[in-house]
Design a protein around this ligand. Structure first.
Ligand SMILES: Nc1ccn([C@@H]2O[C@H](COP(=O)(O)OP(=O)(O)OP(=O)(O)O)[C@@H](O)[C@H]2O)c(=O)n1
Ligand SMILES: O=P(O)(O)OC[C@@H](O)[C@@H](O)[C@@H](O)CO
Length: 410
């Protein structure tokens, strides 16, 4: 799908992203460059790549890393199953790295169009992992119209200039200025020409791509208000902040595993209400997991909470299968994995006593697996509807209410 290919805004033929990741992370300290520091067991750069590859209309992602980290980056791509990613060799400065990334799209005696040249190219620091499709679409559409665009944020501190003697010379009126953040986007030809023309001084000391577009292509970038989480991981504290945001996000991901298809929407509603009261999850994002992709969710650190929904009599089979898969996979469980078996009962097909036996069995099973950092809960959803509770809203049915849910945990 092309961005803006829907009703809003102009469509853009092809969009690619260049993620500069070739720095040494001096300000963060430590031997490992910050883009390769792990957060919840996963390299920071992998979160940014994932944020980009989730956007369907970004066709190619170029990650630019220093020569000594090329193999590391390739193994990260393989381990986390990243798609659409090409690794480029970085330069001694950020601008030189970005320029090297752009060269992969330009025809020359070596590459002769290795990759399709995009109409618009996004440039986004690999150490800014919290980037959403919304801001990416905004800067791409603005770049299509203006030639260049970049995310901005209000200044937190006032900007001052010091005199030669180290004393205050003057300060800027903070309200008139903004911090330049990422993502930025450019018509490819504009930013590529700017890099081709810029001086070594620009390449070695510049920090602003928007400035190059203005200076060499007379292009005034459109400035787009960005969200607070576009910040760049620069210091150690930023890594700790990233870790807590990622943990928080993981705790809110719920993967529903069910073959009771038409149930998902309604059960998602039910569980959202139920879970909010039971485990205080503010925003629940529900995704449907098919086949063995549950493991991939855990392995790629995308989800650690699973709800197995079924309306069969014996609920534990599915949970036991998932636990067995986890045990056989030897995946290091960095978080507790929460498995909720939601057992749906309409009044006709079974008496409450059978379910209690089932839940007692579940409880015993739950105690056994808790030692492996796997928390198993049983949820009994007694549906009051006489008819199949799974007919959609369009037939005038409201989602079946939780008549009597028993969250029986470990
Ligand atoms: N030669 C360089 C320098 C920086 N970057 C990338 O540009 C982004 C933003 O730069 P910065 O935060 O300055 O990263 P570092 O240069 O690594 O940090 P420091 O200045 O603390 O060394 C980072 O993703 C970094 O990896 C790059 O691709 N090539
Ligand atoms: O200056 P640094 O090398 O720390 O990081 C690059 C930042 O300057 C840059 O990402 C934004 O200011 C937007 O241009």
């Amino acid at each position: 799908m092309e961005p803006g290919g829907c009703e809003a805004g102009p469509a853009v033929k092809a969009v690619a992203a260049v993620l500069p990741a070739g720095g040494s992370g001096e300000r963060l300290g430590g031997a490992t460059p910050k883009q390769f520091c792990t957060v919840q067991g996963r390299p920071l750069v992998s979160y940014t790549v994932r944020a980009m590859e989730r956007v369907s209309w970004i066709s190619d992602i170029i990650v630019v890393v220093s020569p000594e980290n090329i193999e590391t980056m390739k193994s990260i791509i393989e381990k986390y199953g990243h798609k659409k990613v090409t690794v480029a060799e970085g330069g001694i400065t950020r601008h030189r790295s970005i320029f090297n990334g752009l060269k992969l799209f330009s025809e020359n005696e070596f590459s002769n169009h290795l990759l399709q040249k995009p109409e618009v190219v996004i440039i986004h620091d690999a150490v800014r992992p919290f980037v959403e499709e919304d801001i990416l679409l905004k800067v791409v559409m603005a770049a299509k119209e203006h030639g260049a665009a970049g995310a901005i944020r209000p200044l937190v501190s006032t900007v001052i200039a010091s005199a030669a003697d180290g004393c205050l010379d003057h300060s800027l009126e903070r309200a008139k200025y903004r911090a330049s953040e990422m993502p930025q986007a450019f018509l490819f030809d504009i930013i590529y020409q700017a890099y081709q023309q810029c001086t070594d001084y620009d390449l070695d000391y510049g920090t602003e791509c928007l400035h190059l577009a203005l200076k060499y292509c007379k292009t005034n970038a459109k400035l787009v208000e960005g969200t607070a989480d576009l910040w760049k991981v620069t210091y150690k504290r930023d890594l700790y902040a990233a870790e807590s945001i990622i943990k928080d996000s993981l705790s809110q991901q719920i993967c529903i595993i069910t073959d009771v298809k038409e149930a998902v929407v309604q059960v998602g509603f039910l569980l959202h209400e139920c879970l909010r009261s039971q485990i205080k999850v503010e925003a629940v994002s529900v995704s449907l997991s098919k086949g063995n992709s549950h493991l991939q969710n855990i392995f790629s650190g995308q989800c650690y909470n699973f709800v197995c929904i079924n309306d069969k009599k014996y609920a534990t089979e599915e949970i036991q299968q998932l636990v067995n898969m986890l045990e056989e996979s030897n995946i290091p469980l960095l978080h507790p994995v929460v498995l909720i078996s939601a057992h749906l009962n309409s009044l006709e097909n079974t008496s409450f006593s059978i379910d209690l036996e089932e839940l007692t069995r579940m409880k015993k099973f739950a105690r056994e697996v808790k030692r492996k950092n796997i928390l198993v809960y049983g949820l009994l959803v007694q549906c009051k509807e006489k008819r199949s509770p799974w007919r959609g809203q369009e037939q005038g049915n409201t989602a079946p209410r939780l008549a009597n849910n028993r969250g029986i945990g470990t």
